[in-house]
Design a protein around this ligand. Structure first.
Ligand SMILES: Nc1ncnc2c1ncn2[C@@H]1O[C@H](COP(=O)(O)OP(=O)(O)OP(=O)(O)O)[C@@H](O)[C@H]1O
Ligand SMILES: [Mg+2]
Length: 244
């Protein structure tokens, strides 16, 4: 494994202030002393039961909430996100072509023909036919929509993606296709992922290393073989037993 880092999270604690992040009031600490690195080229899984703080950690990495303690260091440009439900992340009023082109328009560096070329290139990479460009998100299947949201996340060529339950809403056959695509894109575009999932089978298929989170703490981390074949912590053993 290449030891170059894309992200370092060091002793991060943080959470939500009543009325929203940053505001004064009742404070609920969700993340407690979280430390891990993401290495170049790896798919790092983050597992743990519902409410444990997985999405909160991704918000802290994206800068949406500010840690109260600790540091988050990015070694690449800002990561992009892929979400569970592409319905909520894709603007329903516009065509796929408009949606894919929009980040490039905002970026402002490319002229119209160059934007169109980049949109078509990304569409090919996520293995969608050109007909999809004229469709609205509601006219696509769940799998096609998730491919569009992956393409949207990748159109600005980030090096690091955070995927929060990206296949949980899809049926098993489509899940397998999207996981294959994510692996392929990692190899072709030299990406790294933080892959959040409560589904240990999916993590086992896709990831290189795994973080196990319990109540906002990383209780165990290691390679997929370490975690699945030689778990050390009782909590990891319980999660594995529950997934049998
Ligand atoms: N916007 C928010 N404001 C206040 N508290 C929140 C907010 N979002 C999450 N929380 C709380 O933070 C804790 C962690 O939630 P989080 O969404 O990070 O869990 P998760 O591991 O992603 O769960 P799931 O697997 O269900 O997605 C929970 O107690 C939750 O109620
Ligand atoms: Mg979540």
């Amino acid at each position: 494994m290449n030891e170059e880092l894309v992200l370092s999270v060091s002793h991060v604690s943080g959470g939500y202030h009543e009325g929203g992040p940053f505001r004064k009031g009742t404070y609920q600490e969700v993340l407690h002393d979280v430390t891990f690195d993401v290495h170049h080229g790896e798919i790092l899984g983050l597992v743990g039961e519902s409410g444990t703080g997985k999405s909160t950690l991704s918000r802290a990495i994206l800068g949406i909430i500010k840690p109260d303690q600790g540091t988050i260091t990015h070694y690449t440009k800002r990561p992009q996100m892929i979400f569970q439900d592409p319905y909520s992340s894709l603007n329903p009023a516009y065509t796929v072509e408009w949606i894919l082109e929009e980040p490039l328009r905002i970026y402002g560096k490319y002229d119209g023909p160059e934007r169109k070329r980049r949109v078509r290139d990304m569409l090919k990479r996520v293995e969608l036919p050109e007909e999809v460009l004229a469709a609205k998100p509601s006219e696509l299947s769940g799998g096609q929509r998730q491919r569009v949201s992956i393409a949207t996340a990748l159109i600005q060529r980030p090096r690091f993606l955070i995927a929060d339950e990206p296949v949980s809403a899809l049926d098993v056959t489509i899940q397998a296709q999207i996981l294959k695509l994510l692996r392929q894109l990692r190899d072709e575009l030299d990406l790294s992922y933080l892959f959040i999932s409560h589904d240990l089978n999916v993590v086992y298929q896709l990831c290189d290393r795994v973080l196990v989170m319990k109540s906002g703490r990383i209780v165990e981390q290691g390679t997929v073989e370490d975690i699945f074949d030689h778990p050390k912590e009782d909590y990891t053993k319980q999660l594995l037993a529950a997934a049998e």
